[in-house]
Each structure stands twice: as structure tokens, then as C-alpha cells.
Design a protein around this ligand. Structure first.
Ligand SMILES: Cc1cc2nc3c(=O)[nH]c(=O)nc-3n(C[C@H](O)[C@H](O)[C@H](O)COP(=O)(O)O)c2cc1C
Length: 506
């Protein structure tokens, strides 16, 4: 009997424990799900959090970096046209001008006269005909649409344009120029003419807006250069424009001025001479102590800022240890708004961290492109996997006695542009190199100087040149590299001069 009672009590206790366990389990169930973080999906954003366009709810701007852009514009008096051209140039985008079948005369455009433009704007049904059409609208996913404001609205020809194509699934970013009106309701009216189209907030610009302002606006909208178009041309020297397209999407001149050893006034005068001679690429560095002089010469030159490309560098030691300060110091000393390109001066302790700080400055628009100086194959192999932005440029010692024929193709095959310092061999070696028989006789054959031959040899190898000089005549001559071309045989003769002879310790 006692045994049975004990057995009975055991069962009761067991049943009570089981119930309590189940109750606890169900009560804890929801909490458990919250406590255990779900595995992050690719890109760190769970599907539920994404909007239809793939952006995170309210936190991030849409990413148009991979877009195929078309810049479309209508410009009756020429104010909107340059802005559209700037945008197309910056984005490497195709451009399409809306041309009226019947051009607008001055009388048509004279407003408050009851002329043609006034009538069209007052007539809800007006749809002026367009001459020609966009050939393959399907290939574009983002349209930048520019127009003037006419009586607070977009000209009716824009309505004609929007009703002529299917913009479903595409993004449209409107912009306008006007005398004083904002973009206001003009863009809202346009929205109703398209279906399933992602209209972004547009912006009004004054006539004469600079390319830099357009670039800032595109950055604000996260519009980056068209990557497919870009990849086809990265690193290829354009001998007509004297530029090369970097993997960052920016264009850089292929010849310029190195300012190593040029102190203050001499540096100011040299940069001034360069800019007066049409040169637009300047290489400086914290270590050269002349960033302020470079900036002053640029500001005094009257040359538009966006035409000039400035490279500076931060140095191992205290600068790499506190790269944010080093970057800010360079910005302050140069005092030219942004820095076109910043390099790490040479490998050293904290170089990866310093580079990551420069990446942040790129995100903030303070620096446009990044690069490295004095990085060779081994150093690049170690460094590149640790950073996010592939450098746009590597700047190394390159001259006929130290040619780096193994290093240059390695770097170029990574989509990185190569730039050479010490093109004439560096201090103490210049006269020997310029006097070299092979180089002198090639120079004589072309009626140019030895210096021009060496610089041209670099360009034909795809190496950007930044010869240093404090002599205005030499600075001018060093830019004059496009009136002659070295033959394959002459290139081979110079290639044969290589001695693997480094002239500096980097
Ligand atoms: C018919 C007509 C109406 C205009 N209405 C306005 C207006 O309402 N507000 C304004 O600020 N500017 C107005 N403007 C000025 C233009 O918007 C301005 O000059 C614009 O930059 C012209 O661009 P475009 O040269 O690309 O055609 C008007 C111009 C015309 C021809």
C-alpha cells in the first residue's frame, strides 16, 4: 500500500513537472527566437527589411552604382545643356537631347506675350513633337531628366517625351534650370505621366552652375560612374585628351609636375608656370613641406578647380598613426576643397589602418581617389587583400636605368595606373641619363630634347609622368610630348638600357 502511494505520488510529481516544463517552454519560446540572432544574409540585410528597390528601410540611400544611365535634356536657350553634359561626363553616361521638330524662335520663347511657349504651357493637351528618338530605352535603368522651368512647369515637350516610352521599373532623377523658380510642382506633374517609375526628388540649378556642384549633387544621390562603360577604358591612355581614366571613375592627366624638393616660393612659381602652360597634374606630399604653396598657386591661378588634379601623400610614423588628422592637415594646407588623390608615401607600420581612414575620406567626398607610392609586387600582394578600395594608382621609381619591367605589367593588370617618379634618374644622375648616347640620338632624330624622349617613352609604356622642375621653360617642354612618337625600334633601344639600378632607398 505504502509502495502504491509512493508510486502514485511519484507519478503526480512527474506529471506536474512535465506540465511546468511545457508551460515554461512555450512561454520562453518567443524570447528564445529574439535572443538568438539569425544568421546574416548576404550583404547583411534580411529580406524582410528590404524595400522593393533593395534598399534598407529608411536608413540607406538607393545604390545606383551599377546603373546604366541616360542623361536626357531639353534646352531652349542653352542654360540646361552644359549641366546635362557635366552629368553625362561625370557618369560616363549616354546623353540624349530632346530636339523639337519645330524649333523655338526667340518670338516663341518671349514669355507673357501670348507666344508659342505661353500657349503651350496654358494648354493641357499641348504635346509639341520631338525630332528623333532614343534608340534603345530598354538598356537604361536610370534617367536623368533636365529641362528649363516655363511658367512654373516643365515645358510640354517633356510631357511628349515621357509619354513616348515605357519607364516602368526605371528610376528618374529630374533637374531643372530657371531664372528663380524652384523645381516645385514641375516634377510632381511629370510623375503622373509615368507608371511604376521610381521618381527621385529633383533639384533646381541656376544657369552657369559648375561641374563640381553637379558632381556633388550626383554624389548626394549616390550616382557613381557607369561601371560597364568605365571598365572598358580604365587605364588606357587617351593621347588626344592627354588623360587616363582611373578605376575610381575619375580622369587624370597623364603628364604633370612633381614638386619634390621645391620649397615655398619656388614651388608656387613652378605650379603657376605649369598651370600657365596648360599642365593640370600636380604631385606633392606632406613630406615635401609644400602643400600650402601648391594650394596657393592653384587658388591664385584662376584655372577652374575641377580642371586640376592634385596628388598628395601621407607619411609613415605619426601620420599613419593618426591618419584622420593627417588627412585633415592635408586638406587644410592645400585649401582647395577636396583632394583628387591621396597616396600612402611608402609601406610602414599602420599602413593598412591609414589606408582604411583614407577610404572613409573617400566616402565623405574629401578625397576622390586613393593610391600607393613605393609598393612593389610583394607589398601589393600582402596589402590589397586587407583593403576595400583598390588603389587607382601606384607611384614608383621608374627611369631607363630602373625600368621595373616586371612590376609595371603586374600593376596595370590589376586595373591600377602606374606613375613614375625620378623619370630622369633623380638627383646626381640626371645629366648622365639625359646625356646617354642612345637617348640623345633618338632625341636628335625627332628634333626634341632627351627629357622629352624619356617622358614619351614612359607614356608609350602606359606610365604617367610627373617630372620635377623649378625651371618654367623645362616645365613647359615637359608637357610638350604629343608632337612626336617613338618607333618600336626606339622603344626597344631604350628598354635595353635597363640596369635595375635603383637611385633611392624606397
Ligand atoms: C516661356 C518661358 C517661361 C519661363 N518661365 C519661368 C518661370 O516661371 N520661372 C523662372 O524662374 N524662370 C522662367 N523662365 C526662365 C527659364 O526657366 C530659364 O532661363 C532657364 O534656365 C532656361 O533654360 P534653357 O536655356 O536650358 O532653355 C522661363 C523661360 C521661358 C522661355
Amino acid at each position: 500500500m505504502i509502495f502504491r502511494v509512493i508510486e502514485y505520488m511519484k507519478r503526480v510529481v512527474a506529471i506536474v513537472m512535465m506540465f511546468s516544463f511545457l508551460i515554461c517552454l512555450s512561454a520562453c519560446g518567443t524570447e528564445r527566437q529574439i535572443d538568438i540572432p539569425s544568421a546574416p544574409q548576404e550583404g547583411g540585410v534580411t529580406e524582410e527589411c528590404k524595400n522593393a528597390d533593395g534598399t534598407k528601410d529608411g536608413t540607406e540611400k538607393p545604390n545606383h552604382s551599377q546603373s546604366s544611365y541616360l542623361v536626357v535634356y531639353f534646352s531652349a536657350t542653352g542654360n540646361t545643356r552644359p549641366l546635362a553634359e557635366y552629368a553625362a561626363d561625370i557618369l560616363n553616361a549616354d546623353i540624349y537631347e530632346i530636339v523639337p521638330e519645330q524649333p523655338y524662335t526667340d518670338a516663341d520663347l518671349a514669355y507673357y506675350t501670348g507666344g508659342r511657349a505661353d500657349q503651350e504651357q496654358n494648354d493641357p493637351a499641348a504635346r509639341p513633337a520631338i525630332s528623333g528618338s532614343v534608340e534603345n530605352m530598354d538598356q537604361y535603368d536610370t534617367i536623368l531628366l533636365g529641362y528649363p522651368i516655363w511658367h512654373g512647369k516643365a515645358p510640354k515637350i517633356i510631357y511628349t517625351f515621357l509619354e513616348s516610352y515605357n519607364f516602368s521599373g526605371k528610376t528618374i532623377l529630374p533637374f531643372c534650370t530657371s531664372h528663380s523658380s524652384g523645381i516645385g510642382s514641375s516634377a510632381d506633374n511629370l510623375r503622373s505621366l509615368t507608371q511604376n517609375t521610381n521618381w527621385l526628388d529633383g533639384k533646381r540649378f541656376a544657369a552657369g552652375t559648375s561641374k563640381q556642384e553637379i558632381e556633388n549633387w550626383l554624389n548626394e544621390n549616390d550616382m557613381k560612374p557607369n561601371s560597364t562603360a568605365v571598365s572598358a577604358k580604365i587605364g588606357v591612355f587617351n593621347f588626344e585628351k592627354h588623360t587616363v581614366l582611373l578605376n575610381s571613375g575619375y580622369e587624370m592627366p597623364i603628364m604633370g609636375l612633381g614638386t619634390y624638393s621645391l620649397s615655398d616660393e619656388e614651388c608656387y612659381d613652378s605650379v603657376t608656370a605649369l598651370l600657365e602652360s596648360g599642365g593640370r597634374l600636380i604631385d606633392t606630399a606632406y613630406m615635401y613641406g609644400n602643400e600650402a604653396a601648391v594650394g596657393r598657386a592653384i587658388r591664385d591661378s584662376g584655372v577652374p578647380r575641377e580642371e586640376i588634379f592634385v596628388i598628395t601623400k601621407i607619411y609613415p610614423g605619426t601620420q599613419f598613426a593618426n591618419p584622420e588628422k593627417a588627412i585633415q592637415d592635408a586638406l587644410d594646407k592645400l585649401n582647395i576643397g577636396y583632394i583628387d588623390m591621396m597616396l600612402l608615401h611608402h609601406p610602414g607600420e599602420n599602413d593598412v589602418n591609414a589606408y582604411l581612414a583614407m577610404e572613409k575620406a573617400v566616402d565623405n567626398g574629401k578625397i576622390h581617389s586613393l593610391g600607393l607610392s613605393n609598393w612593389y609586387v610583394k607589398e601589393l600582394k600582402e596589402f590589397l587583400p586587407k583593403v576595400n578600395i583598390t588603389p587607382a594608382l601606384v607611384q614608383n621609381e621608374i627611369h631607363p636605368y630602373y625600368q621595373e619591367n616586371d612590376v609595371i605589367p603586374y600593376i596595370q593588370n590589376l586595373g591600377i595606373v602606374v606613375q613614375g617618379w625620378y623619370p630622369f634618374g633623380g638627383r646626381g644622375h640626371t645629366s648622365e641619363l639625359l646625356g646617354n648616347n642612345v637617348i640623345s640620338s633618338i632625341a636628335e632624330a625627332h628634333g626634341v630634347s632627351s627629357a622629352q624622349v624619356i617622358l614619351r617613352w614612359n607614356l608609350q609604356k602606359g606610365v604617367v609622368v610627373i617630372p620635377g622642375s623649378g625651371n618654367p621653360a623645362h616645365i613647359k617642354e615637359n608637357l610638350d610630348l604629343f608632337g612626336f612618337e617613338l618607333t618600336d625600334n626606339e622603344m626597344s633601344q631604350i628598354n635595353a638600357l635597363d640596369r635595375n639600378e635603383k637611385h633611392d632607398w624606397y
